[in-house]
Design a binder for this molecule. Structure first.
Ligand SMILES: [Zn+2]
Length: 242
């Protein structure tokens, strides 16, 4: 109760909203810089269960921005080390480690357990896979990405019949887009993205209205945020006809 006191004090959340947060399950895909930030805040905020999915292990080049890991974690699975650190932050959260790359069937199964899925991964093929499963299971998706001095956050669903999905925004050809390893990233930029994703997830879980179908773009060099509306694509191979 003490932990959640400042959140319960918000009239938009209150005891009822906090109870919904306490009883919720969040699936986090990717435990890099974005996933570390979002998982930390969701654990501290009292989310009942976190499903932590990342097949990768900790590398020395991760330590500049992936705040759940230290030098002694190098070589260990991120999902395992993240769970251990998050358990120390809040022993009341149930933590499920998923240190593997999920098949489509396993992804659908994981999403079925979750009230909201947070896509914090770093590649388009996984993003499309997560999105397809979220559309199929009618689950809210919060998506985030960061590179160089740029970040983006978008919220989709759970009503994909009228609102767009992540795939409406990007085509297959975009898959060749870059990642942090080749292009660099300023350490806290993924943290900004992950924190905003946690905000959107907590709003949804506590019953506060969210605004799906909008893409928020952060330009750290210009110190600016910009928001654009995502149109539902008539040709989207994922959400067309849902
Ligand atoms: Zn779509």
């Amino acid at each position: 109760m003490d932990r959640a006191a400042r959140q319960i004090a918000l009239k938009q959340i209150g005891t009822a909203g906090q109870e919904r947060i306490d009883n919720s399950t969040v699936l986090i895909i990717g435990l890099g810089g974005i996933g570390c930030a979002t998982a930390s805040y969701l654990a501290c905020a009292g989310v009942g269960q976190l499903l932590l999915c990342d097949f990768d292990s900790v590398d020395a080049t991760n330590l500049g921005r992936q705040t759940l890991y230290g030098p002694s974690d190098i070589g260990d699975f991120k999902a395992v080390r993240a769970a251990s650190r998050l358990a120390a932050m809040n022993p009341d959260v149930r933590l499920t480690e998923i240190p593997e790359r999920l098949s489509d069937a396993a992804m659908a199964e994981a999403i079925d357990q979750a009230d909201v899925v947070l896509d914090c991964c770093d590649n388009f093929s996984t993003r499309f896979q997560v999105n397809a499963a979220a559309v199929d299971r009618e689950t809210q998706l919060v998506s985030g990405a960061a590179i160089r001095f740029e970040g983006q956050v978008s919220v989709f669903g759970p009503d994909y019949g009228t609102s767009p999905c992540y795939r409406c925004l990007y085509r297959e050809a975009d898959e060749t887009l870059e990642d942090c390893s080749g292009n660099g990233v300023l350490g806290p930029v993924p943290g900004v993205v992950g924190c905003m994703m946690a905000v959107e997830a907590l709003k949804f879980l506590s019953g506060i209205e969210t605004r799906p179908g909008r893409l928020h773009l952060y330009d750290a060099l210009a110190s600016e945020w910009r928001t654009v509306t995502v149109r539902k694509s008539r040709n989207c191979p994922t959400c067309r006809g849902t």
